[in-house]
Design a protein around this ligand. Sequence first.
Ligand code: DX5
Ligand code: ZN
Length: 226
Amino acid sequence: MNALTGSSRVAPSILSADFSRLGEQVESVLSAGADVIHIDVMDGSFVPPITMGPIVVESLADMVHSADGILDVHLMIDSPDRQIEAFAAAGADVLTVHAEAVTHLDRTLRAIREAGMLAGLAICPGTAVSIFEPVVDLLDLALVMSVNPGWGGQRFIEATLGRIEETRAVVGPGVAIEVDGGIDTITAGPAAKAGAELLVAGSAVFGAEDPQSAYRAIADAASPAS
Ligand code: DX5
Ligand code: ZN
């Protein structure tokens, strides 16, 4: 068990936020009840776009931490080992690397924990969930991508639901499962039911006219009562 396991919650991804008023937008979802803020780091190599780095994490850290929130950083970059210290210093709480981008997985995951963060491992839709098995004791979070990484606003890949269940069978109850890509009021319920504890939602939250009520609607759709 760790700070991420337990009931399903929605993690707004700032990738789809209005960067000219980022603080205000993050504040609005925090006050609507979000406690995990997802930050997508892309390097123009592992995935084509370039997005943001430790400077943005650092700029949000005080605001998110003073609301008892968690900064969940998703690295879609090659050679992520080089960046572990910088993200720890910036205030990241969870650091997730992609299995497809790491050569020495055991070493990288240990280094993330040694830097004082929770360790996450992400897999693309074309990667077998069995990759989690040899490193399960080093994992706090297993991120099952429900789109091919790189852009917000893509369609949820339905086969992910079965992959979430398979991942649970591999990692057991002590590792949180996160799903990322195409989460909205329609897909959140089935993803939570399949066993995902963290549901990343970018465009469905920040692309909406009112991110607060969009966040609440997705959170309601993910809750067991719905
Ligand atoms: C995609 C990113 C996602 C993205 C999700 O590569 O990892 O976190 O923000 O965006 P939506 O929710 O719009 O699919
Ligand atoms: Zn992400």
